[in-house]
Design a protein around this ligand. Structure first.
Ligand SMILES: Nc1ncnc2c1ncn2[C@@H]1O[C@H](COP(=O)(O)OP(=O)(O)OP(=O)(O)O)[C@@H](O)[C@H]1O
Ligand SMILES: [Mg+2]
Length: 1110
């Protein structure tokens, strides 16, 4: 639901001064102050908006605010400039009424800001689209350009408009902007050459010098240093909060958006630079011989640079600064210019150059923003003109006069239009109108602009009059003509009233403007009105090759010399103001009256005297009074009914009939006195604010009741909804719970059933089992009984049979015994001689049979080393048992042997032989038992290294091993290959395989070894044999047992030899060549590991130390 607020809601003070009660100047100001203190800078007087300058940015211009005010009635929301802009725009769009927005107020009151706010609001709410947006953007961007060239810092305002601006924005029938036209009014051009103290020149100069790139400045022949230029005041060159460099970029950007070509921008900047250069041209006096004073340019550098910039011939300009040519109809007269005249000419040129440049800019912008279609446009004009201006020290000049005249005219039109509008509304609505007194400033306007004796007319007259014309003669004229005028004051006027007024100097006159008295100094009035530019200068300018400058000085065209005096500045201004006024009168006016709260440009300061002064001269009180003279408040019937319908039961909540009747019913019901209001055609007019406040108060109370009612209903609804929701939730919860509970219960029942079922089934099964078991038992019992029965039967039968058999047997036995008895009795005599032997033999036979059969099953294993043998059963079998054991053992040994191959047999034979030789004789023997006798340890036949050796031995090699041949001299061993064949043994060199000794075995008589675990052995040779020349061999080998066994075996098998002696003792003699050496073996503690060491003790003794075996 859209909540409609009203101007009357949440008001700080009163939003519309018309409703002020009681109405007095004090309460008026108090209301303004109250609202200003609460940041409410806008207040209405009916449809007029009063705007207080907040001097700080307020968050009230956001896009949200734009949306809030869009398409809302003027009084619907709290006062805002947007409400006025919206009202104007909607009247324009919907009612086809051309609008003008008149923004007035003194300098610094916020007119320019207000105009920009209005434009931006209109731009935001009007149609959208690529083309439309471009137009909007161009219209908005024209502001920064014009502000740069036309605004300046003054003591009152850091961004004071020094020209008047009226902008017509044109819309199509849909309300989309098409374009615009800007009119400018009298630029304060004197500022170009001179600025009052504390003020500065137009922004553009500072912006250019601080914002342009070095390159641009170089092209423009400019220096960034401001102090280099005479035309720039330095005391306030830097303005707080103004960033000239950034603004320069903004302006360039804006020019681009508006549609300036790059070369146009360049031309404009060149002209600005030229003005600065112009200011630097200085003159010095020079006296000529004819007595006249001439002037010379001091330093021509600036002149040269300026001429280069503008493409003017230097000599032409130089001449124009030195001479003045006056052309009459037939003749031309040239006079020289003295220094003062030269300076005057220079400044005139600068002012003209700049003001024409400014006008050209406006024309150029107009060209860009002009509407493209020729169809009828709706127009909204925004007037932002320089504000009323008074210099306190009486330094007001022609410019202030013109500005104030313009403001005077605006006040005039305000008075006329407000009153007329008010009056017209009453007529339109059919309400009776009572006249109201107010100050009409028409008389002041007349003083200034009257054709015959107005100040401007007289100034023109003076300017055109032949003869000496000075500012003083002009003042004299005023003194005579205007002396009687009640708003004109002068010391020298005929009116003696001011003769003693010292605040009024002789060279001044004073005008009582609507906004206060202003003292004007006449000095410069004539000159400024004449606005004279020597023709030589304009012609020099025309000669320039710079296209723009040529355009700006068309009167310099020698071909079109116009001898008529150009219209004066005053005249021109009056004419343009006249046109403006006529233009404004055709449009529906909307007023924004700007008020400056203080002189310090500070926020939050409300200087009452200043505001009171402005309120007075702006005629705001009169405005309120006029507005209230008839009726203080009016409102269309529909919104009125909408707002107050709750006050009457018949109109609440809906009134079905016409709104007017509804309002009538409402008023009657509320018993509002009839003289307090009137019914117009579309509006109700309320005479007294009291009545309105009464209605408001009732409405407030009623709203409270309604709010309570709404609250009550809402709470009821909320509780009901809450309850229903709870109920619904409860049902859901209950359903879920029941389901859960039932599920649980079901599961319980199910498991119980299963248990019962299982028990029943178990019980049934068990019952069945029992029955089956019983049945089975019965069957078994039957069988058993039957078996028993049969058994009993059988046994009985058996018993019977046994009995029978026994009886039979008994009979037989008895018969046998009887027989036997009979036989024995008969044969007793024969038995005693033979029976004993037979029984003995029979018994022995039986025992032997049993013994052998028993032996068969208790035979031990076939292993030859098996020691077990069954025990002997009877002593008498002892011999047999031992013999059998031996036979069995031999038999199984034979069996065991029979599985050996020949080689294995030989090996075992050798082992057996070794055992016979060494067992229990030599300690080394046991360790050799487990080692197989390999014979050829060197693999002599396969190893190619021993091929030669192999071939040297003809017999088959039975043993090949490496032995150590012990040296008699030191007991150390030398490795030798020992080969044994059937016939001989050979010792050969281990490395080369060269045979060192080959001894036939028959030459070997004995072998000596020790009893210990060493490998030493001596091979003793037959004395006198060929081999024995070198003596015996003392060798040592790891395979001693094998070597000696093999040698012994060969000896044993050889038929041609004696048995080889094997001498086993720890001391034996060995024959070395001639000497016999005793080799002695001693047991020693293990040294150097476990090795056997041999040492020569003396010539006859070699001692071998054998470590004791562990
Ligand atoms: N609505 C506003 N919000 C914030 N600041 C404002 C507002 N109106 C004005 N100002 C401030 O006041 C200064 C002066 O305002 P502005 O230039 O509009 O005055 P003016 O009436 O146009 O004066 P002049 O007649 O000298 O041109 C602005 O530069 C701005 O700082
Ligand atoms: Mg301004």
């Amino acid at each position: 639901m859209e909540v409609k607020t009203s101007l009357l809601d949440n008001m700080i003070g009163v939003g519309d001064m018309v409703l002020l009660e009681p109405l007095s100047e004090d309460s008026f100001l108090e209301n303004l102050r109250n609202r200003f203190d609460h940041n409410e800078i806008y207040t209405y007087i009916g449809s007029v908006v009063i705007s207080m300058n907040p001097y700080r940015s307020l968050p009230i211009y956001t896009p949200d605010k734009v949306e809030e005010y869009r398409n809302r009635n003027f009084y619907e929301l709290s006062p805002h400039i947007y409400a006025l802009a919206d009202e104007a725009y909607r009247s324009l769009r919907d009612q086809d009424k051309d609008q003008c927005i008149l923004i007035t107020g003194e300098s610094g009151a916020g007119k320019t800001e207000a105009s920009k706010l209005v434009m931006s609001y209109v731009a935001a709410v009007c149609g959208k689209g690529q083309e439309v947006n471009k137009v909007k953007e161009q219209l908005l961007q024209s502001n920064p350009v014009l502000e740069a060239f036309g605004n300046a810092k003054t003591v009152r305002n850091d961004n004071s408009s020094r020209f008047g601006k009226y902008m017509d924005i044109e819309f199509d029938f849909k309300g989309d902007p098409l374009g615009g036209v800007i009119s400018n009014y009298l630029l304060e051009k004197s500022r170009v050459v001179k600025q009052p103290r504390g003020e500065r020149n137009f922004h553009v100069f500072y912006q250019l010098l601080s914002g342009a790139s070095d390159d641009t400045l170089k092209k423009l022949k400019l220096n960034r240093d401001l102090s280099k230029y005479n035309y720039l005041s330095l005391d306030s060159a830097a303005v707080n909060g103004l960033d000239d460099a950034a603004n320069f970029r903004t302006v360039r950007n804006a020019m681009q958006i508006v549609g300036f070509m790059e070369d146009e921008v360049q031309s404009v900047l060149e002209l600005v630079a030229a003005v600065l250069k112009l200011g630097n041209i200085e003159f010095k006096p020079e006296s000529r011989c004819n007595g006249t004073d001439e002037s010379r340019i001091k330093d021509k550098n600036d002149l040269k640079e300026m001429c280069e910039l503008l493409g003017i011939e230097q000599s032409v300009l130089e001449r124009a600064f030195s001479y003045r040519t006056v052309e009459a109809k037939l003749e031309k007269v040239s006079t020289t210019l003295n220094v003062a005249q030269a300076y005057y000419a220079r400044d005139a040129l600068a002012k003209n150059l700049y003001s024409r440049l400014f006008s050209w800019l406006v024309t150029r912008i107009n060209e860009s923003i002009k509407a493209q279609t020729k169809s009828r446009h709706k127009v909204m004009g925004v007037l932002d003109i320089y504000g009323f201006e008074i210099f306190e020290d009486g330094d007001n000049s022609f410019e202030q006069f013109i500005i104030n005249y313009c403001n005077e005219k605006l006040q005039q039109i305000f008075i006329e239009l407000t009153l007329r509008e008010e009056q017209e509304e009453y007529v339109r609505e059919g309400i009776e109108w009572t006249n109201i007194e107010y100050f009409n400033n028409a008389i002041i306007c007349d003083l200034i602009e009257n054709h015959q004796n107005g100040i401007l007319a007289m100034l023109d007259e003076e300017c055109l009059r032949p003869g000496t014309v000075t500012d003083e003669t002009f003042l004299d004229k005023l003194n005579t003509i205007c002396a009687e005028h009640q708003h004109f004051e002068s010391r020298l006027s005929k009116n003696s009233k001011f003769l003693t007024d010292h605040s009024l100097p002789h060279n001044c006159f004073r005008i009582q403007h609507y906004a206060g008295k202003v003292l004007y100094r006449v000095e410069g009035f004539v000159d400024k009105n004449n606005d004279l530019l020597y023709r030589d200068l304009s012609q020099a300018m025309y000669k320039a090759t710079h296209s723009l400058i040529k355009q700006l000085f068309p009167e310099g065209n020698p071909g079109k010399v116009n001898l008529k005096r150009p219209p004066t500045a005053g005249f021109q201004f009056k004419a343009s103001v006249g046109t403006l006024m006529r233009n404004l009168q055709t449009k529906n006016p909307n007023y924004i009256r700007c008020i400056k709260p203080n002189d310090k440009k500070a926020s939050h300061i409300f200087t009452e005297s200043l505001v009171r002064h402005q309120a007075r001269y702006l005629g705001l009180m009169e405005n309120v009074r006029v507005r209230r003279a008839g009726y203080a408040f009016r409102q269309a019937y529909e919104p009125c009914l909408e707002r107050y319908k709750m006050l009457c039961k018949r109109t609440w909540p809906h009134w079905r009939g016409p709104a007017r009747e509804g309002v009538e019913v409402l008023m009657a019901d509320l018993q509002v006195p009839a003289d307090e209001f009137s019914y117009g055609r579309s509006k109700i007019f309320i005479r007294n604010p009291r009545t309105l406040f009464f209605l408001e108060e009732r409405r407030r109370q009623c709203l409270q009741d309604l709010a309570t009612l709404i609250q009550k209903i809402y709470r009821g609804w909320k509780c009901r909804s809450q309850f229903l929701l709870l109920k619904k939730s409860q049902i859901v919860v209950a359903a879920w719970y029941r389901r859960y509970a039932q599920q649980k219960k079901y599961q319980k029942i199910k498991s119980a059933t299963t248990v019962v079922q299982s028990y029943t089934r178990g019980w049934q099964a068990r019952k069945l089992l029992r029955e089956l078991k019983y049945q089975k038992r019965c069957e078994e019992a039957v069988t058993t009984i039957a078996a028993f029965w049969h058994g009993t039967q059988a046994r009985r039968e058996l018993r019977r049979l046994k009995e029978e058999a026994r009886r039979k047997h008994a009979v037989a036995v008895i018969w046998a015994y009887w027989q036997g008895l009979k036989v024995r009795r008969e044969y007793r005599k024969f038995f005693r001689a033979n029976a004993g032997k037979k029984i003995y033999e029979f018994t022995i036979q039986r025992i032997m049979q049993k013994y052998f059969l028993g032996l068969k099953s208790t035979m031990p294993s076939m292993s030859p080393i098996e020691k077990n043998w069954p025990a002997r059963p009877y002593i008498f079998l002892d011999g047999v048992h031992t013999a059998l054991r031996r036979i069995f053992h031999l038999w199984r040994c034979k069996k065991y042997r029979s599985q050996f191959t020949e080689e294995k047999k030989a090996v075992y034979e050798e082992k057996l032989e070794a055992s016979e030789i060494f067992k229990d004789k030599k300690a080394l023997y046991p360790s050799s038992v487990s080692q197989p006798f390999k014979g050829d340890y060197l693999e002599i036949s396969k190893n190619p290294k021993y091929q030669k050796l192999n071939s040297a031995v003809d017999e088959k090699v039975l043993l090949a091993d490496v032995v150590n041949k012990i040296n008699r001299a030191n007991g150390k061993g030398t490795a030798r290959i020992f080969l044994l064949t059937k016939k001989s043994f050979v010792l050969a060199d281990q490395k080369t395989g060269q045979v060192k000794a080959s001894v036939p075995l028959p030459d070997l008589t004995s072998v000596s070894v020790s009893t210990q675990s060493d490998g030493f052995f001596a091979l003793r040779l037959k004395e006198g044999s060929a081999s024995a020349i070198k003596g015996d061999f003392l060798l040592s080998s790891e395979h001693l047992i094998e070597i000696i066994t093999k040698i012994h075996r060969i000896g044993a098998t050889a038929a041609d030899r004696e048995q080889l002696n094997i001498d086993i003792s720890d001391e034996f003699l060995v024959q070395f060549k001639q000497d016999k050496v005793c080799v002695k073996f001693i047991e020693g503690a293990p040294k150097n590991g476990n090795s056997v060491s041999c040492k020569r003790k003396n010539n006859r003794l070699l001692e071998v130390s054998v470590p004791t075996s562990p």
